[in-house]
Write a new protein. Structure first.
Length: 162
């Protein structure tokens, strides 16, 4: 068996170390979580997507009493971007959180479903998507590609028969 090394790359930084454009994207994500509908969990999530054409699309989590019927902020923003700008690539997604019920002090990572959706967009466009995860303490974790968040992502070629 031949060994293959998988390398993941993350950067831990403070918000003020980001570029002005990235800081604005995080500010948009923070603003977006104010529109979250989270009456059950009290966990507010905002996402902001920067497209290659300069457009910025925001999304917030939308809960439902039937939990599986809700949708995460990351998917709201990406699906809207994909619907409105179907042929425009995603450069960066920033995600920010706040809880009404407890203090969040760490960077929160997207759920598995959101990681898979981000991975699909990255694979479809054949270009990495930078992911900026922001905590209420202004600490950020940066992945330069979704694959670092989901190293064994499920890809469409696995569905094709030979």
């Amino acid at each position: 068996m031949q060994e293959k090394k998988i390398e993941l790359s993350f950067i831990l930084a403070h918000l003020n170390e980001l570029s002005a454009q990235e800081q604005q994207l995080v500010a948009n994500a923070k603003s977006a979580f104010k529109t979250a509908y989270a009456p059950y969990s009290g966990f507010l999530v905002g996402a902001s997507v920067l497209l290659e054409n300069g457009e910025v699309i925001n999304g917030s989590n939308q809960e439902n009493v039937a939990y599986p019927s809700g949708l995460c902020a990351e998917r709201v923003a990406l699906f809207y971007a994909g619907a409105k700008y179907p042929n425009i690539k995603v450069n960066t997604i920033a995600v920010s959180v706040l809880s009404k019920n407890f203090e969040v002090t760490d960077v929160i990572s997207p759920c598995g479903a959101c990681r898979q959706v981000m991975a699909e967009y990255e694979d479809k466009q054949d270009k990495p998507i930078k992911v900026i995860l922001h905590s209420p303490t202004d600490e950020v974790l940066i992945a330069n590609r979704v694959e670092d968040l989901l190293p064994f992502m499920f890809k469409s070629p696995l569905l094709k028969q030979h």
